[in-house]
Design a protein around this ligand. Sequence first.
Ligand SMILES: Cc1cc2nc3c(=O)[nH]c(=O)nc-3n(C[C@H](O)[C@H](O)[C@H](O)COP(=O)(O)OP(=O)(O)OC[C@H]3O[C@@H](n4cnc5c(N)ncnc54)[C@H](O)[C@@H]3O)c2cc1C
Length: 466
Amino acid sequence: MKRSRRVILWFRNDLRLHDNESLTDAIDIGAEILPVYIFDERIFKGHTSLGFEKTGRFRTKFIIESVANLRENLRKRGADLIIRIGKPEEIIFEIARQVKSNWVFCNRERTAEEVKVQDRLEKNLWSIGQELRYGRGKMLYYTSDLPFPVNQTPDTFTNFRKEVERIVQVRPPLPTPDYIPYIHSDIDPGPLPKLSDFGKSEVEIHHIENKMFAGGEDAGLAQLKYYFWDNKLVSRYKETRNELLGWDFSSKFSAWLASGCLSPKMIYAELHKFEQRVKKNESTYWLFFELLWRDFFRLMGKKHGNKIFCFSGTRGVDIKAKTDWDKFRLWANGNTGMPFVDANMRQLNATGFMSNRGRQNVASYLVKDLGVNWLMGAEYFESLLIDYDPCSNYGNWNYIAGVGSDPREDRYFNIPVQARRYDPECAFTRYWMPELGHFSNHELFEGFVQTINEPDRKYRVEVNHG
Ligand SMILES: Cc1cc2nc3c(=O)[nH]c(=O)nc-3n(C[C@H](O)[C@H](O)[C@H](O)COP(=O)(O)OP(=O)(O)OC[C@H]3O[C@@H](n4cnc5c(N)ncnc54)[C@H](O)[C@@H]3O)c2cc1C
């Protein structure tokens, strides 16, 4: 086939060849393709408004690995990946001019910083008679399949779930192409960057918790196979999902989902196959249920726009909190004196990962016990999490801070009660805080803090770790 159409395929948070709508569309229109990935210097070298690294070393490493794997898989199919560090709207514009492409295809982002970049690129492309075309594929569902317009998405998860789960079918994932028609040009593919190119130090892989968070589509698909088919762990997910210590208690799909190495539709298709061939039970349903949360928060981001990043949240609630750096630092460094909170924060600091149970508890502790501005916690998570996703992170923080989509206004995680229930032998706490090993379980549950009264709020202050 003679191919006269030329498409630059801009990979963003869709670092995969399976179920990639932009890639499929470009092939379907018979175009020659130039795949490109830009490490946006603002994201990989920049800082959040409070001064944290915007992308910490765990996620940076994961994404470098993911981009390396993407290039490998493209090369196996006759193509390559152009890799650069800089501003996508400038670099892609230059490449588009050089190769005289017709379009840039990419996955559409919906959160403010990403939208700004795609809008700037689109404007630049117009000046040379080219266009940006968007693909979809971040969610389980296509918004056009939903039984309501996006701006009328129910604001509580239960209502959302009930409206979609019985009516809307998840579409099958798009296939991985065997061959990708490539635009051969004299453009240098460019080297894969190292952590040091972004001013970050090497990551020491933690020998248990972190061993399998290897970036890339291949590693993501391998984890899917491991969790579903090799070990059938999904068949007891509902009973294990709140555990804290180890690798197997939950799917660990989040990092691959956030970078787009795994497509949610691919997970769903495999889950469906598993239910037909092996077992269908409450656990298999529950994994689907959790993936629905991910869609829900993305839809909240679409519906409420920048409100998810604002102090008063999607509901515009007038809350009180302090930007208290002293208390924040105790929390962030795992030094609050509440071992259950501190152990979780130390895990985050050492690995870039924390369980869902841990995230709920530490977030609640920061906001409800320490009375600290939730945005500080959310930005810290943004920096550190290996699986950071703007809608999931800020949506969950909105929820815990009581400014989001939680129908309960008084949700509070009582740390000693939670520690007793979810870490009954203190195995997790002792693992991350071996220096506290000689304390009794009771002491570890209750913690080493004093409660003092202030006129307007009860809060806890550190004394010391005994
Ligand atoms: C304060 C806070 C911040 C969070 N920030 C993020 C974030 O930045 N990125 C992120 O992916 N998740 C975030 N979560 C949700 C959740 O904690 C993680 O998705 C989960 O712990 C990842 O582990 P897993 O893949 O083993 O999850 P599993 O329990 O195996 O769940 C399967 C998948 O379902 C989705 N999921 C599960 N729970 C949630 C949830 N509450 N909200 C949205 N999606 C969910 C994830 O994609 C997850 O990979 C946050 C939760 C809290 C309370």
